[in-house]
Design a protein around this ligand. Sequence first.
Ligand SMILES: *Cc1c(COP(=O)(O)O)cnc(C)c1O
Length: 706
Amino acid sequence: MDLTFHSFTPLGFELPEPLKVLERLSKNFYWSWHPEGVELFRDLDPLLWNKAEQNPRRVLSEANQLLLWQKASDPDYLAKLDRFTATFDQYMGEPPAAESNLPGGVAYFCAEYGVHNSLPIYSGGLGILAGDHLKSSSDLNIPLVAIGLLYRYGYFRQDISHDGWQEEHYSNIFNSGLAIEPVVDVSGQRTSVMVHIRGREVYAQAWLARVGRISLYLLDTNVDQNTAIDRMITGHLYGGDAETRIVQEKVLGIGGVRLLRKLNIDPSVYHLNEGHAAFSTLELAREWLGLNPDKGFADAVTEVRKKCVFTTHTPVAAGNDTFPPDMLIQCFSKEFIDSLKLNNGELLALGRAVLSDDNEHFGMTPLAIRMCRSANGVSEKHGEVSRELWLKMFPDLSDAGSVPITSVTNGVHAPTWVAPAYQSVFENHFGPDWANLVRDSEKWSEGIAGFDDRKLWEAHVLLKNVLIAFIRERTKRRDTGTSDTINERTETSNLFSPNVLTVGFARRVAQYKRWNLLLSDRDRLLKMVDHPDRPVQFVFAGKAHPQDNTAKTILQELMSIDHESSWQQRAVFIEDYDQEVARYLVQGVDVWMNVPRRPMEASGTSGMKAAMNGVLNFSILDGWWIEGYNEENGFAIGDESESDEPDDQIDKRDALSLYETLENQVIPTFYDRDKSNFPAKWVEMMKNAIATLTPQFSSRDIYNDA
Ligand SMILES: *Cc1c(COP(=O)(O)O)cnc(C)c1O
């Protein structure tokens, strides 16, 4: 095993002098949410750009020397580079917003961050949300530092085998030129923290990723001083067993607070994004008791609570991290528990929903709810569901309505997700400041109303063609098997048509997401797909959890539909769903489908990304869509009624509504064309979606709004 640590992977050669600034630009993810920034790196070597999976560090170190020198002598390129560098330097130079009432700033804790694919330390929605949160905080100039873990092997990459079965593989993320740098102190010493784990001191060193004006610090236990087992604590994201999770979460929560102190950061707010980081509250209590030796744990809680806020993301008890009591105690030292002035039983009680139940596992969500001054769910519905879920923690309360859990509906960072083609339409219409105007719903929707319908449609058709080219290219690369399934083909150039209604369905393959709903009446589905005048095509993507064989079976079933129909031409599965794939999909399909079993979709954010690109949502009324849907800006499947029916009954009803809505609303509206083949009604709905949903679901300042 290679145990040496490179700082920034050094470039293999010197860049031509006029291009040297690219090295500096590549060390801050600012470029990733600015189309001109992306272009600067991509244009160096477009083929390499895709091969290197959009990683500027790799492009700079592997680019063809001739291409580099050509750019270094290209006045247009250099002028663009100058402009971008000046904008970046100005952005970085702006002092933090003066009106901030957050001395010491906010410390944001999360187990995963989806900033960009070239920093592959995220798995899905939670990480993407955290990444968007950092970018929005940077744009809004909120004083915030972020704490996370650097997973040496990241999250798994997905392959589908010839027989349709998902396979996982992991690779060392250091092999790919990461844009992170080691954190060192004034004397040049590597900054690291120690956390006592399983009877030993475990070291974690810190790395820094720059996300615009935001510093994202990542802890990494893969250091010489640690035993082989401890080095792997930060090995895999969501890998390993319960014990691995406890020790990872100790490094994140306890190590994270210790790192802030090493960096002399004393935040006024600690934001725990999901329960994974809740051990940080214990460290804050321990710290406070160290300074106030005559006080007790209850006093410490009062102080800690003043500073901590918690966001819960899971609508079901089983989705929250819980740990067997014995295992939890074994992972903590007696000294740590003593320093909290607690005994084992009292510590365990902090993580229990029902105090009288000694057998209950230790839950990170109850711990966070107890130790934070506020807790929120991620949509109005999810707030309500969470209040019911955690009512049992509050025996004095008679109804869920008074449980102290509120909601802040998720949002997304528009510049990350809106296609450059639309960004330029917005910029022409609203000026260069369009991304800030996005939060002003009145001005924004007035502006969108004045849009040229045909221009909007043209931009959409363009993006749809880009998606189709991407699909053909991406599915071609495979080593194909013998049978033509939607995952393996000998020929891809005839896949998909830009004239056909295109439905996107990309999400985790988890049971409640109900991938099989669409397939439940195969004949009815294929009839739509095969329709001679008004056909439908589907693009799928998503990963199943490595241990979830039920989910893998669902994928296999989807892969194996091999029917005498146009299905093979009109359905594809894109492997290895990630942020880059998501961008192509949410920007290029006509319709974004979502069919969760209610109320399991806490919020969902991919539909927001789609809406900002004029893509119409076609979704169960759950999570964010309950708040977003207005009958004119997309389509609803089913209704909001509560039901005590068994799941299979509900699924049947929702499947019926799914087919009916497709057949009677989505398809007819899409194919309703005038003489020039222009879908006026559809475009009106697109405009309505962009006008209403963009301002409503763009991430905003949640710290100063309150
Ligand atoms: C946005 C996004 C998600 C989260 O979207 P959901 O609507 O919650 O499914 C997950 N994965 C990727 C790659 C994304 O871009």
